[in-house]
Design a protein around this ligand. Structure first.
Ligand code: ADP
Length: 147
């Protein structure tokens, strides 16, 4: 059977327990997952890409089925470039759903890549990178939300 390879794309600024939960569950569906860290130089307030890559790589260093890569192209093009047939995403709410539906459709039209979405674990569904950044900004400890 064909090797099932998915990319899990995002900004991961920072990588949270919510993201880690999607990766863990994704490993039950796919042989290989590439965590694709988006490099958007125009997005203000980002943790440098090298630091995001280093933190996530460290987290999964003992898992040979996970790679971590930076990318700065269209997600569907990056999936094609590295030979991944699937895009893995997480859905927390109806707001995520509306956006994901549109992206999945466009990405499929462009390259034939299939998007597989997992519903967020209810205990983790309020965690978002932007909330973590906001808590950090106001001096709150965010360790409990990070893997
Ligand atoms: P983006 O920059 O596109 O918002 P993120 O880097 O925040 O993406 O997240 C990447 C993926 O992880 C997205 O599919 C997002 O919906 C999902 N995700 C983020 N937080 C959670 C969570 N707490 N539970 C499940 N999925 C999540």
């Amino acid at each position: 059977m064909k090797n099932r390879h998915a990319i899990f794309p995002g900004s991961f600024d920072p990588f949270t327990k919510g993201h880690a939960n999607i990766v863990e569950r994704g490993l039950q569906l796919f042989d290989e997952i590439t965590i694709a860290v988006g490099n958007n130089p125009h997005k203000p307030g980002c943790m440098p890409i090298d630091e995001r890559i280093r933190t996530i790589s460290e987290l999964y260093k003992a898992e040979p089925r996970i790679q971590v890569r930076a990318y700065s192209t269209l997600t569907a093009d990056f999936a094609k470039e590295i030979g991944a047939g699937f895009i893995l995403r997480g859905i927390r709410s109806i707001k995520d759903y509306e956006y994901e539906l549109q992206m999945a459709d466009i990405n499929h039209q462009l390259t034939g890549v299939e998007t597989v979405m997992l519903f967020a674990d209810s205990k983790l569904s309020s965690i978002s990178s932007s909330i973590i950044r906001e808590l950090n900004l106001f001096g709150h400890d965010t360790k409990e939300y990070l893997p």
